[in-house]
Design a protein around this ligand. Structure first.
Ligand code: ADP
Ligand code: MG
Length: 231
């Protein structure tokens, strides 16, 4: 199996604000390997979300190259191979918690009918249990707190078997203890799997749990090296 999941060279993304251009990502080059645990650190506006969306093939670079050597063609990546936990609320309002968590499986099944209903219910129950959401299974998103919604989004991101999980400030709305518990559950779930994890965060406590930190500053990505943390 190939180890390189995502590889980028001189990846740039510029947004246009009328006459003005904002360079959200400036010539970033990086490699994401199997099993990596990366904290993407940087202040608000530094380009973290832009980079995650490019890694998820949800956005197209203005220039540069991005490839997914071990993952396949770009249109097949989401949500089966790569899952993205959005920074903003992303649950579908008419669906229950349980139905929201099942969505990636439904989409994958639609692509591959042979797989239909193969253990989907069990997978959803396991994903809910992983993040302590069993009691909320039949609730609608409007009945949840912001922190509960983030946990549901995280459960949804782990329900399939993605090879990359990109989480955009997933503990941003949680108190320290709840944020740590969410991270514990995620890291425990991914232990001994090849799945790579990239978490955008402001929180040094989150960065310390990862193996390496990538720093973003005004669109410039620097690989700051390994952390001393034990994931
Ligand atoms: P972060 O996630 O680190 O807060 P972002 O990637 O959201 O940073 O934003 C990086 C820069 O790009 C910011 O200056 C932001 O204003 C700008 N930007 C982000 N998204 C858009 C967009 N859709 N249109 C225009 N500018 C954007
Ligand atoms: Mg952001």
């Amino acid at each position: 199996m190939r180890d390189v999941l995502i590889e980028a060279r001189s990846l740039s993304r510029t947004y246009r604000h009328g006459e003005r251009q904002v360079v959200a990502l400036a010539a970033a080059s990086f490699v994401l390997n199997r099993g990596d645990r990366i904290a993407l650190a940087g202040r608000s506006g530094s380009g973290k979300t832009t980079l995650l969306h490019l890694m998820a093939a949800l956005d197209t670079p203005t220039s540069g190259v991005i490839d997914w050597p071990a993952l396949g063609a770009r249109e097949t990546l989401l949500p089966a191979r790569i899952s993205l936990v959005f920074q903003t609320p992303s649950l579908l309002e008419p669906l229950t918690v349980s139905e929201n968590v099942a969505l990636p499986l439904l989409i994958a099944d639609a692509a591959d009918p042979a797989d239909r209903a193969s253990g989907a219910e069990r997978a959803v129950a396991a994903a809910l249990a992983r993040f302590g959401l069993e009691a909320l299974a039949q609730k609608l998103p409007e009945e949840l707190s912001g922190g509960q919604m983030q946990r549901v989004a995280m459960a949804r991101a782990t329900v399939g078997r993605p090879l990359v999980i990109l989480a955009d400030e997933p503990t941003g709305q949680l108190d320290q203890a709840t944020g740590q518990a969410l991270l514990d559950a995620l890291i425990a779930h991914l232990a001994n799997t090849p799945t790579a994890l990239v978490i955008a965060t402001h929180d040094p406590a989150v960065s310390a749990r990862m193996n390496a930190v990538w720093r973003m500053e005004r669109g410039v990505l620097t690989e700051a090296g390994p952390t001393s943390g034990q994931p």
